[in-house]
Design a protein around this ligand. Structure first.
Ligand code: ZN
Length: 389
């Protein structure tokens, strides 16, 4: 068992490149991690951070994986590994300066090199890229940047040319099935979970949580509810799902509150809130809000992902395609029933409505209103069919 097992194991090319760089003590200060999102980038980042910082291993491309520092990096709670996610449609200059560069340049109190993992770095707008370019031109020696991109053509050549490239690939079905079994996904669900994950072990990890697996069942039943309960259910349904998405952020809010009180303790802030250095509390709160907004959007994305896979399956079933191509194989009976309710044409329209909703949410549209719109678009043809039927 090494730190490169698990997720990194499914990315042999990227793992090889990182280990070779570590062994030669030539870890570049910036890497472009190119490929589909959520296919093991997190495991690679954690393994790299451990290898760069573990004092208990004699081998430069390994780490003990169990010392206090390694354990905290693995859990994602050590500040040696910072993860940034876009909160809105794009990363803007302020994100780069406040959210990335400032934490990157904090002095390291425990360890040697900090890793800054930037998820969806291809969502930097041009001004943000120019701000980031300054970092690449004069890189601080103790920081390694991992820029994760699905589409590197949107990045400035000057950014790309200053990074080394790592390529990551989607996982195969067998590896995803194994991952699902390892995570105790119930046997009857393994095949569906592996297929629905569409190459992403992180999606398998999400669906291995019984609450999210149950939420998926709810999301896949939305069409049935619209068909049986009629358009009157559109508004309460949008409310219910927005509430669900908000509740997914609660644990993060809790962690943020704890972080604030830890700061207050360390700084000796008094009962009336005196003792904060100027600007620090505001800066922390801004960061927290950004992360919480991002997490809520991810939860809503999950609803849309589930719905989109269901509609895609519906297209296959309704047009007489093979069950082999269906991903939600644990809902085949529901799919066959709904295929008789919704004409193919309307399923295609439904898929387009899901993507419109997603775009609106990326641009910070009001979640409840956008979901109402989507459900209304799905409900009308179902209702019309029911009335005709
Ligand atoms: Zn260690």
């Amino acid at each position: 068992m090494t730190i490169w097992d698990g997720g990194a194991h499914q990315q042999p090319a990227a793992t090889r490149a990182l280990r070779r760089a570590l062994a030669a003590d030539e870890v570049s200060h910036a890497w472009l991690v190119s490929g589909p999102s959520s296919v093991g980038q997190q495991d690679l980042a954690r393994a790299l951070t451990m290898a760069l910082n573990c004092d208990a291993s004699d081998v430069p491309d390994e780490a003990c994986g169990v010392c206090d520092r390694c354990a905290r990096i693995r859990r994602g709670t050590h500040e040696l590994l910072e993860v940034q996610q876009p909160a809105g449609a794009a990363y803007v200059v302020d994100d780069v300066r406040e959210g990335w560069i400032r934490p990157a340049s904090r002095s390291i109190t425990d360890g040697h090199r900090r890793v800054m993992r930037i998820v969806a770095a291809d969502r930097m707008n041009e001004a943000a890229q120019n701000a980031f370019l300054k970092v690449l031109e004069e890189p601080p020696p103790s920081v390694v940047w991992l820029l994760e991109v699905e589409d590197e053509s949107v990045l400035l050549d000057t950014v790309v040319s200053r990074c080394r490239r790592l390529t990551v690939v989607p996982w195969g079905l067998d590896a995803l099935r194994t991952r699902a079994r390892d995570l105790q996904v119930p046997d009857a669900r393994v095949e569906a979970v592996a297929r629905v994950a569409l190459g992403s072990p992180d999606r398998v990890g999400q669906l291995a949580r019984s609450d999210l697996l149950a939420a998926r069942d709810d999301h896949l039943a939305l069409l049935d509810r619209l068909a049986t309960e009629g358009p009157g259910t559109v508004v309460p349904m949008a409310k219910e799902l927005t509430r669900w998405a908000k509740a997914q952020v609660d644990p993060i809010k809790q962690r943020h509150a704890e972080e604030l009180s830890r700061y207050e303790e360390d700084l000796g802030v008094d009962a009336r809130g005196r003792g904060w250095p100027p600007g620090l509390k505001k800066q922390l709160q801004r960061r927290h809000e950004r992360i919480e907004r991002g997490a809520q959007r991810q939860a809503l994305d999950l609803v849309l992902d589930n719905l989109a896979t269901y509609l895609r399956d519906l297209l296959i079933v309704a047009s007489g395609g093979s069950d082999e191509a269906v991903v939600n194989v644990d809902h085949l009976d529901d799919l066959r029933r709904d295929a008789t309710r919704l004409p193919v044409r309307q399923v295609v329209d439904g898929l387009a409505a899901v993507e419109r909703c997603r775009d609106a949410l990326v641009r910070n549209g009001n979640p409840e209103l956008q979901l109402e719109r989507l459900f209304l678009a799905l409900s009308l043809p179902l209702y019309a069919a029911a009335v005709r039927g």
